[in-house]
Design a protein around this ligand. Structure first.
Ligand code: FPP
Length: 253
C-alpha cells in the first residue's frame, strides 16, 4: 500500500442536526453516509490508508444516550458494511482502548476486522476510545517494560524507537482533515501528524462527500512539503542552458 495516508476528524454532526431541528444522534446517523462515501472514494483518489476519528476518549463525557447511539451506529456499520468492504479490498482495523467498548459493538468490530483482514486496496483505521496522549503513554510504558525485563538498553530509547513502538510501522498521515470549521487537533495523532499537512474544511461532516475529499487532496498536492529542509531548487531556463553547455564542453574534452 503506497498511496496517501489521509486522517479525518469528523466534526459537526451535532451542528448539522441542530440546524435541521433534529436530535444530535441524527447528525451521527447522517455522518455514517459520509463515512461510506469517503471510504468508497478513497482508493480512486490515491488514498491507501484512511484513518477516521470515530470516538475519542473524551467523548465518554457525553450523555449516555448519545454514547450508546454512537456505539450502536458503529456496530451496525460493521455488520452492514463488512461485505462491501471486503469486496472492495478494504481492510478495517480499529485502534484505541478496547476494554471499555460495549460488548456487542466490540464483537461486531472484531468480526469485521477478521472478515476484511485480507484487504489490500485500502486500510480503513477507526480510532475508537482513542486519545493520542494515552497512546504515547502506552508506548512509553511498553518501552519501560522492555527495559525492566532487560531486553532494551535505556540509551537506545530514541525518537525512532518510540515512533516504531507507537506506529507499529504504519505510515504517518500525509494529510489531516478536520471538518466543520474548528481548527484544533483534539488529541488526535499528535505524534504521527508531526509533518502532516493540515486542512480545515467548513463543511459539517454529514455533508462531506467524495468531492470534498477530492478538493482537500488537490490542495494537498499543491503544497510543498519540506520536512524541515529547503525547497528543491528548480533551475531557471538560463541556468539549464548554462548547465547543458558546460556538460557539452566537458564531454568534448
Ligand atoms: C463529532 O461531531 C463526531 C463524533 C463525535 C462521532 C463521529 C461518528 C460518526 C460519523 C458515526 C459513526 C462512525 C463510524 C465509523 C461508523 P460532534 O457531535 O462533536 O458535532 P458538533 O461539534 O457539531 O456538536
Amino acid at each position: 500500500m503506497s498511496g496517501l495516508h489521509v486522517a479525518i476528524i469528523m466534526d459537526g454532526n451535532g451542528r448539522w442536526a441542530r440546524r435541521r431541528r433534529l436530535p444530535r444522534w441524527r447528525g451521527h446517523l447522517a455522518g455514517v453516509d459520509s463515512v461510506r462515501d469517503v471510504v468508497r472514494a478513497a482508493p480512486d483518489l490515491g488514498v491507501s490508508t484512511l484513518t477516521l476519528y470515530a470516538f475519542s476518549s473524551d467523548n465518554w463525557k457525553r450523555p449516555p444516550t448519545e454514547v450508546g447511539r454512537l456505539f450502536w451506529l458503529l456496530r451496525e456499520y460493521c455488520r452492514r458494511e463488512q461485505r462491501e468492504l471486503r469486496e472492495n479490498g478494504c481492510r478495517l482495523k480499529a485502534f484505541g482502548r478496547r476494554d471499555r467498548i460495549p460488548k456487542s459493538a466490540l464483537a461486531a468490530l472484531e468480526e469485521a476486522e477478521a472478515f476484511t483482514r485480507e484487504g489490500q486496496t485500502l486500510l480503513l483505521r477507526l480510532a475508537i476510545d482513542y486519545g493520542s496522549r494515552w497512546a504515547i503513554a502506552q508506548a512509553a510504558r511498553e518501552l519501560a517494560q522492555q527495559v525492566k525485563a532487560g531486553k532494551l538498553d535505556p540509551d537506545r530509547i530514541s525518537v525512532d524507537a518510540l515512533h516504531t513502538q507507537l506506529t507499529q510501522h504504519l505510515p504517518e498521515p500525509d494529510l489531516l482533515i478536520r471538518t466543520a470549521g474548528e481548527q484544533r487537533l483534539s488529541d488526535f495523532l499528535l505524534w504521527e501528524a508531526a509533518y502532516a499537512e493540515l486542512y480545515f474544511s467548513p463543511t459539517f461532516w454529514p455533508d462531506f462527500r467524495r468531492s470534498h475529499l477530492e478538493a482537500a487532496i488537490a490542495e494537498f498536492r499543491r503544497r510543498e512539503r519540506r520536512f524541515g529542509g529547503l525547497a528543491p531548487v528548480v533551475p531557471t531556463a538560463a541556468a539549464r542552458e548554462l548547465l547543458s553547455a558546460t556538460a557539452e564542453a566537458l564531454r568534448a574534452g
